[in-house]
Design a protein. Structure first.
Length: 382
């Protein structure tokens, strides 16, 4: 069985990382995988296991002109399934799949813009694509609801297959001694409470609001520890880095905010932290939150996207109304002041991920889906 995973562009977002996790999660030799970008030609090979072919076309993913190059690629590679991610490339992939006599699967991850409707032409194209698609999936219940709202596709056509995380790779730090050594290796303070955020430094992640909330929390008179012992670690890169560094200085917390850029050892960085915070304006099913919870960290996050599916308020962490800096600061203060509660929430977070969001469970679900879709195709060809 050959699966062609198709993206609008190669990058480091949730859809791209989802494809990487699916491919890495399947046992070698079980299924042949390839990856295609309709747009950018950025090479994903460094993120993928050896032997995975990557293709790119340099076409605008939303121009609806890519179906012929995709058709030729699907025929050339003898693909059985074209697994497309998100809305922009869906129509082209669905048409190309029909022409190439292979099955199309759509997975919807969500949108970065806070939108509630699509222009009529895009809605009609999505509806047309759905008629040529064997299976439509979404990475969370909230994503499924948004997809049906945007496209008017019936909800019963959408199957929720949640994102997942490798709970062996992302796990709690084994001991305080190892945590101290990890902090040393990352040039982080060896003592004190470290909160962290893993997210690209882009407007949608609202680091500005997070910095303001953090500054307010550490200056709160109710904080029971020295504010000089509280730190915020920001992992990620993006166009706002210079602006955010300047803001942290202006807010008086420049010494306590550390920028680590984008890293390939996030699992180890999470083990060096005490808590996790994410202040996004929108989310799908956040891999950053999944990984933090798997690492046994309590999470403070905005109540957007699927965050409320992952975090039960006051059990695995706290949910904050989007844009509410005051409430974000208050919950940061709560965690700072109650170390035993912080530890308890972290344990709850780890338990929830193991129960419902393990990588093994996700791979099993996709394997079943692929086999069912291929089975339908073979029945049709008889």
């Amino acid at each position: 069985m050959h699966i062609m995973h198709i993206l609008g562009n190669f990058g480091h977002g949730g859809a791209e990382m989802g494809v990487v996790r699916i491919i890495k999660g399947f046992p070698k030799g079980d299924i042949e995988h390839s990856v295609c970008s309709i747009g950018s030609n950025v090479d994903m090979k460094k993120l993928l296991p050896k032997g995975i072919n990557c293709y790119s076309h340099g076409i605008d993913g939303a121009s609806y002109t890519a179906f012929m190059p995709l058709y030729r690629l699907l025929k050339k590679t003898n693909s059985d399934i074209a697994h497309v991610n998100n809305l922009a490339p869906w129509f082209d992939v669905a048409v190309a799949s029909k022409l190439a006599n292979c099955k199309c699967i759509e997975t919807f991850h969500g949108v970065e813009e806070n939108i509630t409707t699509l222009p009529m032409p895009r809605r009609l194209l999505a509806k047309a694509a759905s008629l040529l698609t064997a299976s439509i999936t979404a990475v969370a219940e909230s994503a499924a609801n948004l997809l049906t709202q945007l496209t008017k596709i019936k909800k019963n056509r959408v199957t929720v297959l949640p994102n997942a995380v490798d709970t062996d790779l992302f796990c709690p730090c084994p001991s305080s001694e190892i945590k101290t050594e990890l902090r040393k290796s990352f040039n982080l303070p060896e003592k004190g409470l470290l909160m962290g955020c893993v997210a690209a430094l882009r407007p949608v992640k609202d680091h500005q609001g997070l910095l303001k909330a953090f500054a307010k929390a550490v200056s709160d008179k109710e904080v029971m520890v020295s504010n000089s012992d509280i730190y915020l670690v920001l992992v990620g890169e993006g166009p706002l880095e210079i602006e955010l560094k300047a803001l942290s200085q202006a807010l008086g917390v420049g010494r306590q905010v550390m920028f680590l850029s984008r890293r390939n050892d996030v699992n180890k960085i999470l083990q060096a932290l005490d808590a996790f915070v994410l202040n996004s304006k929108t989310e799908g099913m956040s891999y950053a939150i999944l990984e933090a919870m798997a690492a046994g960290l309590p999470v403070i996050a905005t109540d957007v996207g699927a965050n409320s599916e992952l975090i039960r308020h006051d059990l695995e962490g706290y949910l904050v109304p989007q844009g509410d800096t005051e409430t974000m600061a208050r919950y940061i203060t709560l965690l700072i002041n109650n170390r035993s509660r912080l530890i308890e929430m972290g344990k709850n977070a780890r338990k929830k991920i193991i129960k419902s969001y393990s990588l093994k469970k996700m791979i099993s679900s996709y394997k079943t889906l692929y086999e069912e879709v291929i089975g339908e195709n073979r029945e049709h060809q008889r």
